[in-house]
Design a protein around this ligand. Structure first.
Ligand code: UD1
Ligand code: UDP
Length: 373
């Protein structure tokens, strides 16, 4: 009997965990694979919350998060800490996700261990090395290291082909949309005490997240100023902003928005609360990549707090609009979505450009067809 294909899924941050847990569950269900999960620990509470929500256990947990960690120190720590795991488990494939530091450093670790790399969520590009920083370069470098590329959309596949990547490219959809099959429930009751205390009947609810490295500083200050102004001018709205734990994010947001009654600055939500909050909100204001994929599937209009995006499909469909990060840009788009009913209606359409909720099964089927070296 041939031995089972050995798979090592590696992730470390919240968005990777949300998109890799459905895949981990699918692979663990299949007896043809020996599947193990390794957490770098780049994020501690944020990733742990996702793991317990999905009931996925880490076989290896490198526990690397440090307050104020730098790109350099974390990359070096990941390379050092992963080496013995590759030696001990000797996987046939390492699976990494997206564009985080964990994903890039782990793909490099796998390459140094002469292990093949699968890139889940491959082929996203802004074509600007500095935005998002360092994620755009991370994904370009992972592409060079990867043997199999699981592209969410045909556009992502096209980006890879334009870079000369022809072999091993598959369009699978984004595993992030698979997560909805676990999280969204019509009769769902929030678990966060902060969410339970919010009055969702009397206001239009705007769900907001903002934490990107390149926005921290002037961009985030502009965003907060614009939100202050729009909230003051629209008494029928409230903003619910689960804040990233990064102290540099909170250091800007709390002093600038913390004193407004209709802005709820709350702790990060578990993924069940977050997805169900989105499904009940009026619109989203975000610099997150994941929200740009999830919101269109829920018919939730999004103003993106960035000047560019690697996810153009929902922009082309009209459900996502780029606000940029200037005071004026954010103020005018946010106000327009709230006040122009026709514009709002044109954005409020449920579309699924990023996946149909079955990407994990497709990836598992493709892996089944791979030969053991
Ligand atoms: C990382 C990713 C970014 C992703 C974001 C999602 C990189 C380069 N960036 O950025 O692509 O959008 O995650 O959230 O990989 N912290 C905690 N607890 C946690 C998580 C973070 O306290 O559970 C704090 C720590 O002080 C940490 C800081 O946040 O040092 C920053 O975390 P880090 O992973 O370095 O950067 P992110 O901005 O989260
Ligand atoms: N999310 C969550 N709780 C929160 C905020 C976000 O579960 O309090 C989810 C969100 O629905 C999406 C993912 O986290 O699935 C996005 O992660 P994040 O914003 O950390 O990273 P990004 O998408 O910017 O890379």
């Amino acid at each position: 009997m041939p031995r089972r294909l050995k798979l090592l899924l590696i992730f470390g941050t919240r968005p990777e965990a949300i998109k890799m847990c459905p895949l981990a569950l699918e692979l663990l269900r299949r007896p043809q694979f020996e599947t193990k999960v390794m957490l770098t620990g780049q994020h501690r509470e944020l990733a742990d919350s996702v793991m317990s929500a999905f009931g996925v256990k880490a076989d290896y947990d490198l526990r690397l998060m440090k307050p104020g960690q730098t790109l350099q120190s974390l990359t070096a720590a990941i390379l050092e800490a992963e080496k013995p795991v590759f030696e001990q488990f000797a996987p046939d494939f390492a699976l990494v996700h997206g564009d985080t530091l964990t994903a890039f450093a782990s793909a490099l670790s796998a390459f140094y261990a002469q292990t093949k790399v699968c890139h889940v969520e491959a082929g996203l590009r802004t074509f600007d090395k500095w935005a998002p920083y360092p994620e755009e370069m991370n994904r370009v470098l992972i592409t060079r290291l990867a043997d199999l590329h699981f592209a969410p959309t045909k556009g992502n596949e096209r980006n890879l082909r334009n870079e000369g990547i022809i072999n091993g490219v598959y369009v699978t959809g984004n595993t992030g949309l698979d997560a909805f099959r676990y999280t969204i429930k019509p009769d769902y009751e929030f678990t966060s005490p902060e969410l339970r205390a919010i009055d969702f009947e009397s206001f239009r609810t705007v769900v907001m997240t903002a934490h990107r490295r390149e926005n921290i500083g002037a961009g985030l200050e502009n965003i907060c100023r614009a939100v202050r102004r729009v909230v003051a001018e629209n008494p029928d709205i409230q903003v619910v902003y689960p804040m990233h734990p990064n102290p540099t994010v909170r250091g800007t947001v709390v002093p600038m928005l913390g004193d407004i009654d209709r802005v709820h600055l709350i702790e990060p939500l578990d993924v069940f609360d977050m997805h169900n909050l989105m499904s009940r909100s009026y619109m989203a204001l975000t610099d997150s990549g994941g929200l740009q994929e999830e919101a269109p599937a829920l018919g939730l209009p999004v103003a993106v707090l960035r000047a560019e995006t690697e996810r153009p499909e929902a922009v082309e469909a009209g459900t996502v609009v780029l606000a940029g990060t200037t005071d004026e840009g954010v103020y005018s788009l946010f106000s327009k979505i709230l006040r122009d009913a026709e514009f709002y209606r044109s954005m409020r359409r449920a579309i699924n450009p990023y996946g149909d909720g079955h990407a994990s099964e497709r990836i598992a089927d493709i892996l089944l067809g791979q030969e053991i070296m």
